[in-house]
Design a binder for this molecule. Structure first.
Ligand code: PMP
Length: 365
C-alpha cells in the first residue's frame, strides 16, 4: 500500500524506554539511568503539575482549539501579535506542519548532514526531495546550504543548537544566512535547545521574524521546560506563514493539560534557571571525564554531548550494549551516520556519575 516515498521511510528511532530495558536485561527499573532523549532530569516543574491538576476537571471538554491563553502568554513573552504563534503537538508537529504547508511533492527541502532525524522524515512524508548538505566540523555549513538552494527548494531546516551534535552557530551568521535565502524559501530555525545557551550566546531570533517574512522560529516545552511527555511546541512567524500552517494542523493538536502546563512553565523562571545551571555543571562533569579518558567529543551547546567511543564502525553499538547491560540508556547515532559515537543527555550529577563509571567499564571490556 501507499506511495513509494512513504514505503521508503526508515522509522524514527526513539530512546529505549526504561521498562523495556528492565525487561530485556533483567534489571530493576528503579536502578536504570536514562540519558537518551535529551529530557529534563528535574522532570515536570511543580508549577506545571499544579496547573494540570486544576485543569483536569475540564477534560470532558475539547481543548481550546486556538490556544488563546498559551498563545497570548507566548505573544507577550516574545513581543509579537498572538496570530504570529502556531502551537504544535511538540515542536516535531511544527516541523511536519511546516513541510505540509509549504512544500509540494517533488519540490526540495535543504538540511544538513548530522541534523535532526525528523527533517528527513518530514521531507519524505510529503514526497519532497532531500538536499542533504555535508556538515562542517559536525555542524551546519551555512554557505554550502545557501549554495544548495534550488529554484524548486521551498524549505530549509536549521537546528541551532543542533541535535545530535550539539554544535552552535552565532547569531550574526544565522541572520546573515536568513537575509540571503531567496524569498520563496521558508527557513525553519529550530531552536529546541535555545534555553540551555549561556547568556552570552542568547539572541532574540523572534525579533528577526519581524524583519524576515520567510523565517519561522520553532521552540519546544520538551527540553528546558521539562514537559516532553505532554507534547507542546510552538512556531513564531509572520501571518502569511502561520495562516497556512493553521489551515492544515489538527484542530485540537495541543491538549488542555499541555496548554495549562506550558503557561505555568513559561512563567516559572526559577525552574528554567535551575535546569540551565544543572546542565552547565553536568556538561563540565562530562567534559572532564571524557578528557580524563582521552575520548574525543564535540563541544556541545545543548543538554547532551556526542562522544566518540571507538574507532571502528561497531564501536557505538558495542559500547551501547555494554551500557544497557549496566542499566544505562544512552543514544546510539549510527542511524545519523555516526556509528563510532554515542549521544549522552546530561542528567543529574549522580546520574552522570553512574554513566561515567559504566562507560569506563564498557571501554575496558
Ligand atoms: N528539534 C530538535 C533539534 C530536537 O532535537 C527535537 C527533539 N529531539 C525536536 C525538535 C522535537 O522535540 P519535541 O517534538 O519534543 O518538541
Amino acid at each position: 500500500y501507499g506511495p513509494e516515498y512513504v514505503r521508503a521511510i526508515a522509522p524514527y528511532q526513539a530512546g529505549k524506554p526504561i521498562s523495556e530495558v528492565a525487561r530485556e536485561f533483567g534489571l530493576d527499573e528503579a536502578t536504570i539511568v536514562k540519558l537518551a532523549s535529551n529530557e529534563n532530569p528535574f522532570g515536570v516543574p511543580a508549577s506545571a503539575q499544579r496547573a494540570m491538576a486544576a485543569a483536569v476537571a475540564e477534560l470532558g471538554r475539547y481543548p481550546d482549539a486556538n490556544g488563546f491563553d498559551l498563545k497570548g502568554a507566548l505573544a507577550k513573552r516574545y513581543d509579537v501579535p498572538a496570530d504570529w504563534i502556531t502551537l504544535g503537538n511538540g515542536s516535531n508537529d511544527i516541523l511536519e506542519i511546516a513541510a505540509h504547508a509549504f512544500v509540494e511533492r517533488g519540490q526540495s527541502i535543504v538540511y544538513s548532514q548530522y541534523s535532526f532525524a525528523v527533517y528527513a522524515l518530514a521531507t519524505q512524508g510529503v514526497g519532497a526531495q532531500h538536499i542533504v548538505v555535508p556538515a562542517k566540523a559536525h555542524g551546519h555549513d551555512l554557505p554550502a546550504m545557501l549554495a544548495a538552494i534550488r529554484d524548486d527548494t521551498r524549505l530549509v531546516f536549521i537546528a541551532n543548537p543542533n541535535n545530535p551534535t550539539g554544535t552552535f552557530i552565532p547569531a550574526a551568521e544565522i541572520e546573515a544566512f536568513v537575509a540571503k535565502v531567496p524569498s520563496h524559501v521558508v527557513v525553519v530555525l529550530d531552536e529546541a535547545y535555545n534555553e540551555f545557551l549561556a547568556a552570552e550566546h542568547q539572541f532574540e531570533s523572534a525579533e528577526w521574524v519581524k524583519k524576515y517574512p520567510n523565517l519561522l522560529v520553532s521552540r519546544t516545552f520538551s527540553k528546558a521546560y521539562g514537559l516532553a511527555g505532554l507534547r507542546v511546541g510552538f512556531a513564531i512567524a509572520q501571518p502569511a506563514l502561520t495562516d497556512l500552517m493553521n489551515r492544515i494542523r489538527q484542530p485540537f493538536n495541543v491538549n488542555s493539560l499541555a496548554q495549562a502546563a506550558a503557561i505555568a512553565a513559561l512563567n516559572d523562571k526559577e525552574f528554567l534557571r535551575q535546569s540551565a545551571a544543572n546542565n552547565a555543571a553536568g556538561y563540565q562533569q562530562f567534559v572532564e571525564a571524557f578528557e580524563r579518558m582521552g575520548l574525543e567529543y564535540v563541544p556541545s551547546y545543548g543538554n547532551f554531548v556526542l562522544v566518540k567511543v571507538g574507532s571502528d564502525a561497531g564501536a557505538g553499538a558495542r559500547v551501547n550494549l555494554s551500557l544497557l547491560k549496566q542499566g544505562v540508556i544512552v543514544r546510539p547515532v549510527g542511524n545519523y551516520g555516526l556509528p563510532e559515537w554515542l549521544r549522552i543527555s546530561i542528567g543529574l550529577p549522580q546520574e552522570n556519575a553512574v554513566f561515567i563509571a559504566a562507560l569506563a567499564k564498557a571501554l575496558a571490556e
